[in-house]
Design a protein around this ligand. Structure first.
Ligand code: FAD
Length: 278
């Protein structure tokens, strides 16, 4: 029996179809009693309103402890300040603070350049009102000069006031363990929770992984490709592999598991069933 806290990440649904998908996934995921859930933040303009509305919905209509993501992209100081007030009024106690990525076609980021600037601003504006989570990268952020510089930038976020960290997803447990060791040697003591990406759609995963620098091991790619169009075998094999990863991480001391659900219940449930969580 795995007894670490689990959390689920959602993205804010925009269309009626996306809303229905999330609504269908929520009862099953809620039954796993997550410690909290989080909702990602899009970049700029009209998308700014989707996250607060989804957070309100998850908190008020589903009784979930929902934590908003907040990113530097497209947000002015004033916009971010008013979002912080709104989240505090809703009763949010946790925020995931990120830099975000500039979408193609968008010329400039907001008033903050790096996540460390945003963490510092949240602390200045809101004192200790929020538990702040930040992102970190066991396989190194794709834009970092090297692993050493990336670790120093992670430490800057911690020094600015972060309380916890969630990793980018990975499929190599050793990358996580070595990263945690390096962080501890650098004086970073906060909990580092692995981000877990269930494998539902392999071509989508490949695209994501190319963008965010997460490595899909060659053997895993070969095995998934060999299963061809056999969706049931892919689902079952992928759940076995990711559940095994989770078990190794927890056995090695990971303080929790944060699932990137992509608003679907089945792939995450299949893993959790194998962890005897449900
Ligand atoms: P930062 O910590 O600012 O780092 C970004 C890059 O800049 C790194 O290469 C770092 O080494 C470098 N860097 C940092 N500080 C400095 C400095 N002072 N000088 C030079 N280089 C520096 N994206 C979204 O748009 N919305 C979301 O909701 C969202 N949620 C996420 C949740 C998690 C758990 C994770 C892991 C990622 C999420 N992302 C999200 C993606 C994230 O925004 C991207 O990975 C982004 O490219 C980096 O964000 P960061 O907060 O790690 O940035």
């Amino acid at each position: 029996m795995t007894s670490v806290p689990i959390s689920f990440e959602f993205f804010p649904p925009k269309t009626d179809e996306q809303k229905a998908t999330l609504e269908a996934a929520l009862p099953k995921l809620k039954s796993l009693q997550p410690d909290y859930v989080s909702c990602t933040f899009g970049a700029g303009g009209s998308t700014l309103s989707y996250t607060p509305e989804t957070i309100r919905h998850l908190r008020e209509e589903h009784g979930l402890d929902a934590a908003p993501h907040l990113s530097c992209m497209g947000g002015t100081r004033d916009e971010i300040r008013s979002l912080l007030v709104r989240y505090k009024t809703m009763g949010c106690k946790r925020i995931v603070a990120l830099r975000g990525d500039l979408p193609s076609g968008m010329a400039s980021h907001g008033d903050f350049r790096y996540a460390s600037d945003l963490v510092e601003f949240i602390r200045k504006e809101s004192g200790g009102s929020f538990h702040i989570e930040v992102a970190c990268y066991p396989e190194v952020h794709p834009q970092a000069d090297d692993a050493h510089a990336d670790l120093a930038h992670f430490k800057a976020k911690v020094d600015a006031g972060a309380n916890g960290a969630i990793t980018q997803y990975f499929y190599n447990a050793d990358a996580y363990f070595r990263f945690v060791d390096s962080a501890r040697r650098a004086g970073i003591t906060l909990p580092i929770v692995p981000g877990i990406m269930p494998i539902a759609n392999f071509s989508q995963l490949r695209r994501f992984s190319d963008m965010c620098g997460a490595e899909i091991p060659r053997w895993l790619t070969k095995r998934l490709v060999a299963l061809g169009d056999d969706a049931e075998s892919i689902r079952s094999f992928a759940a076995d592999v990711v559940a095994d990863l989770c078990n190794r991480l927890v056995a090695g001391g990971a303080p929790g598991l944060h699932f990137y659900t992509l608003n679907r219940s089945k792939p995450t449930l299949a893993i959790c069933e194998r962890l005897a969580l449900s």
